[in-house]
Design a protein around this ligand. Structure first.
Ligand code: ADP
Ligand code: MG
Length: 408
């Protein structure tokens, strides 16, 4: 699958080659620390085809790595000083290993230094080392494309390789857990394991079916087997605010609702009438009805989507995307006016399916389109945002990219 240059909308944000990212981040490192790094590691952001708000209750999700990524240049230090610098708008942070723990440092350094802490906490490494870390990224921040996981995973892979920790697929599954701990405990954001897993374990050209109950993955070919289709990410430029409560509240409701249902039903392995299960399971707890219905229907959509992807029929996944969006909007209430505007405009312009991705409350939309229609769909989304008085969306290529890697 590709977006050919003739149909590529003018406003598509071009991915930056690894080499160029590595040069940028090496220059940032040298500027900040007056020394050379031990190497440069890159980890991608992600989009999710389907399976939203089911990762943290052990459901299956179908994310893929984006060709937009975060690069880190790293040097492990012999003392316990930790220094972090970013080419983003963030301030440099300097502290000591002992300063890092639950809730500290607040701000962006929690994602970087937090990974070192979490790797030591889980005994992936013997102790938290000092380190100099420079960061640059082409993943937009707060756009629901997981710039946070990209940062964590690049740091984790760097520290693992520099410390002799396994980085095969099993090792990467462990690192994903460490990164999620950094985000949950140090940063304090109650996210699931999907973002870190796909950033570390994805395969180029493939989507990754991740079973969040046991961490197993299956890679399904997407790009080469669907040459006439394109996945398109629409960043609505309305940043989500995951750390600030909405996501956490929603997650709590979903978890409470799922606790009332048998595992086999949640897994979708048993044929049941969703409405019957919802009615029974939420007796006396009316506020859990809609969250539960979202999970149970989303689990079924994932099941159907995986079957269609295995059959190389991406087009047939389109209606499932749109149904997922309606469920996230109506049953879970996590969409936003910007997300709805982009989804409706894309569908109105002929997209085969579209939905919000990520936790919600802003962020990005994933649209499935005929490759020849990408410019038409983009124009329609722009026009609609303009008419609705919303921020100007940006468009990103969504070829399925490779997992985190070392550049040099
Ligand atoms: P998302 O993961 O959807 O982009 P999050 O709110 O989870 O949004 O993570 C965004 C946060 O991650 C930023 O506010 C910042 O603290 C941190 N971050 C991500 N990328 C970078 C970067 N390149 N430099 C510094 N901090 C970053
Ligand atoms: Mg994030």
């Amino acid at each position: 699958m590709s977006v050919s240059s003739s149909t590529r909308p003018r406003r598509l944000l071009p991915p930056v080659p690894d080499r160029a990212l590595a040069e940028n981040v090496t220059a940032a490192f040298t500027d900040a620390f007056d020394a050379a790094p031990q190497g440069v590691w890159i980890a991608p952001g992600r989009a999710n085809i389907i399976g939203e708000h089911v990762d943290y209750v052990g459901g299956r999700v179908v994310p893929f790595a984006l060709p937009y990524a975060t690069a880190v240049a790293v040097r492990i230090r012999s003392d316990d000083v930790v220094r972090c610098t970013s080419t983003g708008p963030q301030q440099d942070w300097i502290g000591r290993a002992g300063d890092v723990g639950p809730g500290t440092p607040s701000g962006w350094a929690g994602y970087a230094a937090g990974v070192l802490w979490a790797m030591a906490y889980h005994e992936s490494i013997a102790r938290m080392p000092g380190a100099d870390i420079a960061v640059t990224s082409t993943v937009p921040q707060g756009a629901g494309l997981s710039s946070s996981a990209a940062l964590e995973c690049a740091v984790a892979l760097a520290v693992a390789e520099l410390s002799g920790v396994a980085t095969d697929d099993a090792g990467r599954a462990v690192l994903a857990r460490d990164c999620a701990t950094a985000e949950n405990v140090v940063v304090g954001a109650a996210t699931g394991l999907m973002d870190q897993s796909v950033s570390l374990r994805a395969r180029r050209g493939h989507a990754m079916v991740l079973d969040c109950a046991d961490g197993t993955v299956e890679h399904v070919a997407v790009d080469d087997v669907n040459p006439d289709l394109a996945l398109m990410v629409i960043n609505t430029n309305s940043p989500h605010r995951l750390v600030q409560g909405d996501y956490g509240r929603c997650r709590t409701l979903v978890e409470q609702a799922c606790a009332r249902v048998d595992r086999e039903v949640l897994d979708g392995a048993t044929e049941v009438d969703v409405q019957d299960v919802v009615d029974l399971a939420t007796l006396g707890a009316h506020h859990l009805r809609r969250p539960l219905r979202h999970v149970l229907t989303e689990v079924r959509r994932v099941h159907a989507a995986v079957g269609r992807l295995r059959a190389a029929d991406l087009a047939a996944v389109g209606p499932l995307l749109s149904a997922s969006h309606r469920s996230l909007r109506d049953d879970l209430g996590v969409s936003s006016v910007e997300l709805d505007s982009a989804v409706e405009a894309a569908l109105g312009a002929g997209a085969l399916g579209a939905r919000m991705i990520g936790g919600g409350f802003g962020g990005s939309v994933l649209a499935l389109v005929d490759a020849a229609d990408t410019a038409t769909v983009a124009e329609a989304v722009l026009r609609r945002a303009h008419d609705d008085g919303l921020p100007r969306p940006r468009f990103l290529a969504a070829d399925c990219a490779a997992a985190a890697r070392r550049v040099y």
